[in-house]
Write a protein that binds this ligand. Structure first.
Ligand code: SF4
Length: 122
């Protein structure tokens, strides 16, 4: 079986073809212009990861939510667990863009960081 992927490691966006056997083992990777494409294909097949953009509740803020995202990709298989965890969080205003909201979220090695500023309610 051949799986088609687009490498997102740089703006070129190489079209990758990944040949797999019946058990899902990678036999061959083609279409990458550099080694990063091969790494991307291996991760995407064995442990796909994504940056998670999300909103977090704010207490006493001029807005009820602050946008945030993980500072590195987190495993897709842990995404639901991470979202459920973040839904229960509440940060206290003021929150500044770049503030660390959660360090090493659920042991993924990724931090959750605010991507905008929410001032305290006046
Ligand atoms: S394989 Fe290399 S050149 Fe192609 S998109 Fe990925 S990083 Fe860019």
């Amino acid at each position: 079986m051949v799986k088609k992927l687009t490498c997102i490691s740089c703006p070129i966006g190489c079209e990758l073809s990944v040949s797999l056997d019946e058990s899902g083992k990678i036999l061959k990777i083609e279409g990458n212009r550099c080694p990063r494409g091969k790494e991307y294909a291996i991760t995407e097949i064995t442990n796909p990861q994504r940056i998670l953009p999300i909103s977090v509740k704010v207490e006493d803020g001029e807005m009820e939510l602050v946008s945030a995202k993980t500072d590195k990709p987190v495993p897709k298989k842990k995404m639901y667990e991470i979202i459920e965890y973040i839904k229960k969080l509440k940060v206290k205003a003021p929150v500044k863009r770049g503030d660390l909201i959660v360090e090493d979220i659920l042991g993924t090695g990724a931090n959750l960081v605010a991507t905008r500023t929410v001032n305290k309610k006046s």
